[in-house]
Design a binder for this molecule. Structure first.
Ligand code: EPU
Length: 351
């Protein structure tokens, strides 16, 4: 276990933003994680859990309390069952499942962050979500002061949401268990239209696992969604906003607004999102509200590769980033009457 004082947090985030923490502990075993959490709870010290830092917006003032970096390791395969320690680098773990010939998470390649963070916001991309393969999450329950094992059904997974996100002060994820599929070296059925197009197959088809993974990595790179320290388009938290889910009534009003603003021949993106609900695209809304790729003149700008990523061009502060985020939220609200919600977790600041 390593302990630092007045420790900079910016280097631990993909945004490279935020001030220091009073204390930074790096834990490499579950026991160290639990001990650090217990100590903070016993002394009433605010606690900030840091995984891969890819979904965190830390205020410029930093964090007055204990920041706990989860650096546990563990990749254990037993047949089609996989257990990952929370600190494992997610994209590396995905690569290993593909090498092992197992399907279920291959389309989640290239997603930055740690394995332990994936259940929190039910990480998803290119037609896969971790909630489809997670069987159990082992977590330290700060309220009960004990380690608990939550079955998939107890995790309350939905689009970019879970029980862990709903109750952020309660659980610290220690281990995540998955049930993968042995499909003779083939991927799970390809669901996402863009991936299917890119692969030259029909949605529902299977392709060799490695091909699926490489295709997703290529698509993500094209959107600046694969970390590259040389490329400021990737100094981001991936998607900064979630895709809005509208009721039928809200969608009708939105449709009318689109027709009025952009013409009746413009059809907004619409994806089924459960009975009576439709998901539309935040990237599209941002784009059509006048915030096109590369928007901005300051040190925080919209990515030049995808309108949904806000980025640090190198010298930004968190306040620069938030000013841009607020401008985008206000612009989209004015244009379409929809209020975007941020996907990353904010620490010491709010949108
Ligand atoms: N679009 C634009 N302008 C752009 C980019 C996209 O108008 O610059 C529109 C297009 O109409 C496009 C639509 O937005 O068809 C959707 O874009 P994309 O397929 O890239 O997906 P997304 O909805 O923007 C989501 C996830 C991503 C994930 C991709 C691929 C959310 C908030 N984001 O993005 O996840 O990689 O789908 O499945 O659900 C993340 O959460 O950090 C993340 C990167």
């Amino acid at each position: 276990m390593q302990e630092l004082h007045d420790a900079p947090l910016a280097p631990l985030t993909t945004f490279r933003l935020g001030g220091p923490a009073t204390r930074l502990i790096t834990a490499t075993t579950d026991a160290e994680v639990i001990a650090a959490v217990r100590e903070a709870d016993d002394t009433g010290t605010p606690l900030l859990i840091i995984g891969g830092g890819s979904n965190l917006v830390i205020g410029d003032k930093g964090f007055a309390g204990t920041a706990l970096r989860i650096a546990t390791t563990g990749f254990a395969l037993d047949g089609t069952r996989l257990e990952l320690a929370a600190g494992e680098v997610w994209t590396d773990a995905v690569a290993r499942t593909v090498e092992a010939g197992l399907a279920g998470v291959e389309c989640l390649a290239g997603i930055p962050g740690s394995a332990g963070a994936t259940p929190i916001q039910n990480v998803g991309a290119y037609g896969q979500e971790v909630s489809s393969t997670i069987t159990e999450v082992v977590a330290y329950d700060r309220r009960a002061r004990e380690t608990v094992t939550l079955a998939n059904a107890d995790c309350a997974f939905s689009y970019r949401h879970s029980r862990f996100k709903a109750d952020p002060e309660r659980y610290v994820v220690l281990r995540v268990r998955f049930e993968l599929e042995d499909a003779d070296g083939l991927s799970a059925p390809i669901k996402y239209a863009e991936t299917a197009r890119s692969l030259g197959v029909e949605p529902g088809d299977r392709v060799p696992l490695a091909t699926a993974r490489e295709t997703v990595l290529k698509l993500r790179s094209g959107k600046g969604m694969v970390l590259d320290p040389e490329d400021h388009d990737t100094w981001s938290a991936g998607s900064f906003f979630t895709n809005p889910i509208l009721t039928d009534e809200e969608f009708t009003a939105f449709h009318a607004r689109v027709a009025e603003r952009l013409g009746t021949d413009v059809v907004p993106p619409a994806y089924p999102a459960g009975e009576g609900h439709t998901k539309t695209s935040a990237a599209w809304l941002i784009d059509k509200s006048g915030f096109t790729k590369g928007y901005g003149s300051g040190p925080a700008r919209i990515s030049t590769k995808h309108t949904l990523a806000l980025t640090n061009r190198g010298r930004a502060t968190t306040e620069d980033l938030l000013a841009l985020a607020r401008e985008v939220v206000a612009g989209v609200r004015d244009a379409f009457g929809i209020t975007l919600v941020n996907e990353p977790v904010t620490v010491g600041v709010e949108l």
